[in-house]
Each structure stands twice: as structure tokens, then as C-alpha cells.
Design a protein around this ligand. Structure first.
Ligand SMILES: C[S@@+](CC[C@H](N)C(=O)[O-])C[C@H]1O[C@@H](n2cnc3c(N)ncnc32)[C@H](O)[C@@H]1O
Length: 259
């Protein structure tokens, strides 16, 4: 489908019943409501899966792998920080807490209740639910990006595509962390604006510009070609990325091998 104007696209959700080929619509939602009515239950289902230990029911099959990376990064930073700070942009329902608790039940290297979780999500509904379901945890939630010095920064590639429209703010967020872990699809030339299947606008930031901004003394950027996302489009390239203090990144890679 060719989309001529960016304003032509919006998220959409329909609910109803089917009688043969005939569809009867009971209710429908648009834009942020459509996104929330579909995604909140999906993330809740993931949280229930981690809490009950039935992780085969988690929506994304590689979710546990990502969560082991967050766990290994926090375990590494614990050697240097008394009070760990975890920062996620696109924090949804703060399901990170439940997945870390799940891993911790097997390894016990962290006290999850002592970690400060800072999340940014533009969905009011997600931020409310995140608070309601995580009593007893140290959580701060924002609707817009904030400048935060943290131990571990994490974001899903899609969250970065949604939330960051320029390389300067994205890279300064990474520079404020001891270690950042994320997957991301970069533009191989200048930044690109498009839409994804959820109907939300995304920006693919320029790889060269990010590399330049992250080229700092004592820091290292590791880019591994993604095994999960293959791009046919030569204008884009997807990587599993690690960025941070050289010593922390090297200790993190050792820690990850143990998981
Ligand atoms: C792919 S989901 C993140 C998944 C997730 N937290 C996890 O660990 O699997 C993307 C999240 O980004 C949020 N989001 C979308 N646009 C945003 C924006 N402009 N700023 C911040 N968050 C945004 C969505 O509400 C959603 O919770």
C-alpha cells in the first residue's frame, strides 16, 4: 500500500463476531485507544506467563534472551553501584520487573526490589497499569523522555524507532548509561521517517551520525548483525547493539556467558 501523506495513517482495532464470511462489528477503536486496547492485554499475558513460570506463553520467543541480557548487565553493574538504576524507553507495563524476578528465582544474584526502575512510555494507560501491578517496587514513570543517569539503559528497537526522532537525543541517552543494550534498525544514509504495522510513525536514525556521536574516550560500541530481523532494503541495517564503559561492557560479556 502506498501512503502519500503521513497524516493518512492511524492505528485501528475492531472487535465483533463472524458469521460465515460476514463480519459484525461490536466496537472499534482508533489511534492510541486502539494501541492500548490491543497491547495492554498482550503485555499483561506476558507478565502472567513470567509470574506463573509458563514462559512458553510469552508473545515474543526471544523475550527471555533479551531479559537475560538485562539481568547480566544489572549483575555486572552491581559490582560498581550500591543503588542500581534501570532505565527503559518504551517501558510498557514495566514487565521487565516480572522477567527479572523470574530469572532471579533461578539464580538469586539480584534483589529486584532494591533496583530503581525508570520508565518512559507515552501511553497513559500503560503507565497506570504498570504502577497498579507492581506494588513494593521502586518505579518512576514518565510520558516523555527525561535525562537520566543510569546503570543500565534498555529499549526494544521498535521503542527507539517510536520515541527518538534525532540522533543527538538518542546518543546522549546512551552516553548517560554505564551500559546500554538494544536492537535497532539504522538508516544507512540520512534518517528516514515511515510507519509500522501498529500505525505509529517511526524514525530510522542514521548509523553514521550515531557512530560519530558515540565515539568517545572510554566508551565502546559493539554492533552484531541481527539474526532475528533481516533487511532486504539496502537503506536499512539491523543490529544487536551494546554500548557503554569499556570495562563494564567487557565484564558484561563474561557475565552473559554464564547465563
Ligand atoms: C515494542 S513496545 C516495548 C516492549 C517492551 N517494553 C518489552 O520489553 O518488550 C513499544 C512501547 O513503546 C511505547 N511508545 C510508543 N511511542 C512512544 C513514544 N513516542 N515515546 C515513548 N514510548 C512510546 C508503546 O506504548 C509501547 O509500550
Amino acid at each position: 500500500m502506498l501512503i502519500n501523506k503521513m497524516e493518512d495513517v492511524k492505528s485501528y482495532l475492531e472487535f465483533g463476531y463472524k458469521k460465515g464470511e460476514e463480519k459484525v462489528i461490536y466496537d472499534s477503536k482508533e489511534e492510541q485507544d486502539a494501541y492500548d486496547f490491543f497491547m495492554v492485554p498482550r503485555y499483561l499475558k506476558d507478565i502472567i506467563s513470567y509470574r506463573t513460570g509458563k514462559i512458553e506463553n510469552v508473545h515474543h520467543k526471544d523475550d527471555l534472551t533479551d531479559n537475560k541480557k538485562k539481568y547480566a548487565a544489572l549483575t555486572t553493574c552491581k559490582r560498581f553501584s550500591e543503588n542500581l538504576v534501570f532505565y527503559e524507553v518504551g517501558s510498557s507495563l514495566m514487565g521487565v520487573i516480572d522477567s527479572l524476578e523470574y530469572i532471579n528465582r533461578q539464580t538469586g544474584k539480584l534483589d529486584i526490589k532494591k533496583i530503581q526502575f525508570i520508565g518512559v512510555d507515552n501511553s497513559k494507560m500503560m503507565n497506570h497499569v504498570a504502577k497498579y501491578i507492581h506494588h513494593g517496587y521502586d518505579i518512576k514513570l514518565y510520558e516523555g523522555k527525561t535525562k537520566i543517569e543510569c546503570d543500565v539503559f534498555f529499549a526494544k528497537g521498535v521503542s527507539i524507532l517510536y520515541a527518538f526522532e534525532n540522533e543527538e537525543i538518542f546518543c546522549s541517552t546512551l552516553l548517560d548509561s554505564k551500559i546500554s543494550i538494544f536492537d535497532y534498525t539504522f538508516s544507512t544514509k540520512d534518517k528516514l521517517n515511515e510507519f509500522v504495522g501498529t500505525g505509529k510513525k517511526v524514525t530510522f536514525l542514521s548509523l553514521d551520525k550515531c557512530r560519530e556521536l558515540l565515539d568517545k574516550e572510554g566508551k565502546i560500541l559493539i554492533l552484531e548483525p541481527s539474526q532475528r530481523i533481516k533487511n532486504d532494503d539496502e537503506k536499512k541495517v539491523t543490529y544487536e547493539c551494546i554500548f557503554g564503559d569499556k570495562e563494564i561492557v567487557s565484564l558484561y560479556l563474561e557475565e552473559l556467558k554464564k547465563s
